[in-house]
Design a protein around this ligand. Structure first.
Ligand SMILES: Cc1cc2nc3c(=O)[nH]c(=O)nc-3n(C[C@H](O)[C@H](O)[C@H](O)COP(=O)(O)OP(=O)(O)OC[C@H]3O[C@@H](n4cnc5c(N)ncnc54)[C@H](O)[C@@H]3O)c2cc1C
Length: 389
């Protein structure tokens, strides 16, 4: 079987790698592999600390994907000599004031009700674990099972494993149109060249609406939700007691009601993220950068003495209900998009479900997951609205 994967972000790359492992002949098309939302992502695998009120349908997917991550990483490490960027260090969620602490405590109740491991800590206990945390932080919650990965490294390694030293399998061009062709599919590239395959996987993130010729049910309502992210380098005089890093844990926080996170990278950088904007501004926003530095500096004041390295903005592929869209939307055409805020976490599960749909090997155990992510749910909602009208 020959399969074309449109989009080489973390989802397309992971799907292509999984298909290669199953002996499928795979080609990826992307003008800028790995440079979409994946490039900006913090890489928090935060199935527990990302729990939000009113998103009960999303938790099982997040928890299932977190549970699959160790196997996903072990298998990937066996298929590439590059590092995976995965770290099993836990997360601390900090409260800047009493109201933030009360909000986090309410969330902890939901997390406990779902059997998730969360432990409340005093400010002193927080600073014992992370001495760089600021003196004004009065409370925190520890989620030891929320790990992290460096998404830029992960996608490099996934592509390496998917291509297996055959760079011809990656076509550095956008797909402009697709068409059914006999029992299979063909894609048209920007240069006018055409490629055909038995099956097609659509994983173009927010690029979905720019592709012509898709059947109506494949045009899922994926919208760009921009996020600004900063990167700083920690100078030697700020290094922690072990002399390796300013921070060990991933630090998330609420600062007077506004969320911010700090993700240490193994190369000594710290990523500070992220804003959430639907203003159409594709470049980093001045206000976003100011807020991230202000709130990040409240949690860990030493960050403001660090070297500023980078500010980037990217669009999260937002879905109407925050849940991805994964399904065979026409014979041989598999959609895997709309991963929104949790695509790095959901890669383990989402890429496996996508590869299973391509190969026709979906497991009975995945029935509930596939029902939750079925793109047809959004179609049903639309029809429901019409009926009401
Ligand atoms: C600021 C920010 C922080 C985030 N933090 C986290 C986090 O901590 N944890 C987490 O789990 N998730 C996080 N996310 C979400 C996560 O990054 C996304 O859900 C995930 O990267 C989606 O992956 P993707 O492969 O679907 O999309 P993308 O990474 O956007 O990849 C899509 C690819 O498709 C290509 N493409 C587009 N159109 C075409 C076309 N016509 N033809 C060919 N190729 C095309 C693009 O060039 C791109 O490379 C964050 C996102 C942002 C923006």
């Amino acid at each position: 079987m020959r399969v074309i994967v449109v989009g080489a972000g973390v989802i397309g790359a992971a799907t292509a790698w999984r298909l290669r492992r199953r002996g499928v002949d795979v080609v990826l098309c992307d003008p800028t592999p790995g440079m979409g939302a994946t490039h900006a992502a913090g890489g928090m695998l935060a199935a527990i600390s990302e729990v939000q009120h009113g998103q009960a349908a999303l938790y099982p997917l997040m928890l299932a994907s977190a549970a699959e991550y160790p196997t996903f990483i072990t298998e990937l490490a066996g298929d590439s000599e590059l590092p995976t960027g995965h770290e099993t260090v836990g997360t601390l969620v900090l409260a800047a004031d009493r109201a933030d602490r009360d909000t986090l405590a309410l969330l902890a109740e939901v997390q406990h009700r779902h059997g998730m491991a969360v432990e409340e800590l005093s400010g002193r206990e927080v600073r014992r674990l992370e001495p760089a945390v600021g003196p004004r932080i009065a409370a925190g919650f520890r989620t030891p099972d929320d790990h992290r990965v460096d998404p830029r490294q992960l996608v490099r390694t996934l592509l390496d494993a998917a291509l297996r030293h055959d760079p011809r399998r990656l076509i550095i061009e956008p797909v402009t149109a697709v068409a059914a062709q006999g029992d299979g599919w063909s894609v048209r590239l920007e240069s006018g060249r055409a490629e055909s395959a038995d099956k097609l996987v659509l994983a173009p993130g927010v690029g979905l609406s720019g592709i012509e010729g898709l059947p109506p049910q494949a045009y899922a309502p994926v919208r760009p939700v921009f996020g600004d992210v900063l990167k700083v380098a920690i100078p030697p005089h700020l290094l922690g007691p072990s002399d390796t890093h300013l921070l060990g844990h991933t630090i998330r926080g609420l600062v007077h009601g506004v969320p911010v996170y700090l993700v240490p990278r193994s190369d000594g950088h710290v990523v500070i993220g992220a804003t959430s904007r639907e203003d159409g501004l594709a470049a980093p926003s001045a206000g976003g950068i100011w807020r991230l530095l202000r709130d990040g500096g409240t949690l860990v004041p030493g960050l403001l003495e660090a070297e500023f390295v980078e500010a980037v903005a990217r669009a999260r592929p937002g879905s109407p209900d925050d849940i991805p869209l994964i399904g065979e939307v026409a014979p041989g055409l598999v959609l895997s998009a709309g991963y929104f805020r949790h695509g790095i976490l959901l890669t383990a599960l989402g890429s496996r479900l996508t590869a299973d749909l391509v190969c026709g090997t979906t497991a009975v155990d995945d029935h509930d997951h596939l029902a939750a992510v079925d793109p047809a749910r959004l179609l049903t909602t639309a029809v429901g609205h019409d009926r009401t009208a």
